[in-house]
Design a binder for this molecule. Structure first.
Ligand code: ADP
Ligand code: MG
Length: 273
């Protein structure tokens, strides 16, 4: 007996903009309470920057939204449905790259949530992959093993896989930490362009507070598993609050209209001759 392939679910040409809410989300790992009652709303088409010190819970929150970690509380799209792989694409902080797979094959994995059970990728899926590789300047890498790339190239390839998913909500976990300044801005500008042209909503955990403020409509500051500030970048990036949460003196400046967060100057140690 042969098994007939199940019918393909048609992927939309462009994702329909989606909004998402978290209500009272808790995540515990053995002794560690990584999230302790997170409430958060992401509007359709919005870029929400998630900031906070190491270990605050940024990755755990993104993973809970993507359904990759067990949680209590609710994560739901505005239609009330729990998001799945066709709704949410995650670019993880530490991706696991399979041995023996090319860049193009890896990017094609992003189409999996759109495929029916036992279905194979169509010409359309391959066209979407080649368009995304082109947009991320990865066409020349298409046949390169995915494990044979620099840190920055790897980060763009992992982003490519997420973009081929064509999900309306993109979750980025420190997506540019391995990129040089040129590639960092190019990747973030591309995501911003996609957001505006395709109506994608973005939650991006970002290390650099100035860059987070530059791209996000809104920032949510997370500290020890709780959102402690949520609002426009200028109001969230208050020096006193940041110094408390990051446990180091920080100052906030405006340079050519952009917010810059700096460590307080070190006390000078003048050497006596
Ligand atoms: P961030 O991304 O803000 O640096 P994480 O979400 O990775 O923080 O981690 C939040 C807390 O949860 C940390 O204390 C971390 O050690 C813990 N944690 C994260 N993942 C795991 C895990 N798989 N098992 C045990 N503890 C974890
Ligand atoms: Mg993290």
């Amino acid at each position: 007996m042969t098994t007939a392939p199940a019918p393909r679910s048609a992927a939309p040409a462009l994702p329909v903009p989606a909004a998402l809410s978290c209500h009272d989300v808790h995540v515990a790992f053995d002794e560690t309470e990584a999230l302790r009652g997170v409430d958060l709303h992401l509007a359709a088409g919005e870029w929400l920057g998630l900031i906070g010190p190491n270990g605050a819970g940024k990755s755990t929150l993104l993973r809970a939204i993507a359904g990759l970690v067990a949680h209590e509380g609710t994560v739901a799209l505005d239609c009330g449905r729990r998001p799945s792989g066709v709704d949410v694409a995650l670019v993880p902080q530490i991706p696991i790259l399979p041995e023996g797979m090319t860049v193009a094959e890896y990017a094609l994995l992003g189409r999996s949530p759109h495929l029916g059970w036992l279905a194979v990728e169509s010409r359309r899926d391959r066209r979407i992959v080649s368009e995304v590789l082109e947009r991320l300047e990865l066409r020349d890498f298409a046949d390169r093993p995915v494990t044979h790339l620099s840190g920055g190239e790897t980060q763009r390839v992992v982003l490519a896989r997420a973009l081929t998913q064509q999900a309306p909500i993109l979750l980025l976990d420190e997506p540019t930490s391995a990129l040089d300044l040129g590639h960092r801005d190019a990747v973030l500008e591309l995501i911003d362009t996609l957001r505006r042209s395709d109506g994608i909503s973005v939650i991006a955990a970002m290390h650099d507070l100035g860059t987070a403020a530059r791209f996000a409509d809104r920032l949510a500051l997370i500290d020890r598993g709780r959102i402690v500030a949520d609002g426009p970048p200028r109001s969230v990036l208050a020096p006193g609050r940041l110094s408390d949460v990051y446990a180091t003196p920080l100052s906030v400046h405006t340079v050519e209209g952009e917010i810059v967060v700096l460590p307080a100057p070190r006390a000078r140690k003048d050497h006596q001759p």
